[in-house]
Design a protein around this ligand. Structure first.
Ligand code: NAD
Length: 274
């Protein structure tokens, strides 16, 4: 394992999106996926792995210093189509238009990955303004309602919805109170929606990452926290985006045809309830 780059307990905030040894085997052949936050970190790795497995991918992202062109290039290098859709997933009208654009340009939608998220570490509950609280909830969880509602009329039997939660939904985090609450809501949303859509043959699952080296970490945590990031996991290190991508591939593929309402925990071995 140590032969792979980035798998160390040293500070390593440069995300590695692709394991160069990963070979796709057509597990998502001819599927179309939409991934929010697919320009960066966990979503970017999932987008590239989906393309390696044969999917065309629409990427939704905030257009601020975005790496989206690089994701597109890597998807196109796999011989797949990539549609870039910049905009704010906290906006219901935008969510509807993102789904419509995907259908118009890529022909259908088989997999929806609700992955975009934001966090704003705070020292105390008293530091969370109402404005910030509403924004975090809009981006992290309202977006999942809006995008999924817009997607539902287009999803056919066999479709898969994948929501990115977090270990903080289970373990909590004293400096991410609002964020953790949104992630807890994502777990409940995933379970309830999976039950409601089971009769239609649509599966709904999630991935609950532990600490992962992505741009989110150095851009939001103080240097001291970044330095120790991930060292409290049983493996003693943070993960890399490429270590999550295969979990998304599995949940998107027909191989997980009897899996719904579940969370895959990718967190360096931490045991969490639920
Ligand atoms: P990231 O910052 O690298 O990527 C997130 C992307 O989401 C951004 O690049 C942006 O384009 C997009 N985004 C954010 N707000 C948006 C908005 N309002 N509208 C449209 N797009 C928006 O972060 P990441 O670490 O890859 O995070 C991906 C997901 O994983 C998030 O939901 C995050 O909460 C979750 N997560 C991350 C970690 C970690 O340690 N990195 C741990 C647990 C959960």
């Amino acid at each position: 394992q140590e032969e792979k780059p980035g798998l160390t307990n040293k500070m390593n905030p440069e995300p590695i999106h692709v394991d160069p040894n990963y070979k796709g085997s057509g597990r998502l052949s001819n599927k179309v996926a939409l991934i929010t936050g697919g320009d960066s970190g966990i979503g970017k790795a999932a987008a590239i792995y989906f393309a390696k497995e044969g999917a065309d991918v629409a990427i939704v992202y905030l257009d601020e210093d975005s790496d989206a062109d690089d994701t597109r290039r890597q998807i196109e290098d796999e011989g797949r189509k990539c549609l870039l859709i910049p905009g704010d997933v906290g906006d219901e009208a935008f969510c509807k238009s993102a789904i419509e654009k995907t259908i118009e340009k890529l022909g259908k939608l088989d997999v929806l990955v609700n992955n975009a998220g934001e966090q704003h570490p705070q020292k105390s509950l008293l530091d969370i303004s109402t404005e910030q609280l509403e924004k975090t909830f809009r981006t992290n969880i309202f977006s999942m309602f809006h995008l999924t509602k817009a997607a539902l009329p287009h999803l056919k039997k066999g479709a898969s919805i994948i929501n990115t939660a977090s270990i903080t939904a289970y373990a909590g985090n004293e400096t991410l109170i609002d964020y953790s609450a949104t992630k807890g809501a994502i777990v409940s949303f995933t379970r309830s929606l999976s039950m409601s859509l089971a009769k239609d043959g649509i599966r709904v699952n999630g991935v609950a990452p532990g600490p992962i080296w992505t741009p989110l970490i150095p851009s939001t945590f103080e240097a001291e926290k970044v330095e120790k990031f991930g060292t409290d996991t049983p493996m003693g290190r943070a993960g890399q985006p490429f270590e999550l991508a295969p979990a998304y591939v599995f949940l998107a593929s027909d191989e997980s045809s009897f899996v719904s309402g579940q969370m895959i925990h990718v967190n360096g071995g931490k045991i969490v309830n639920g």
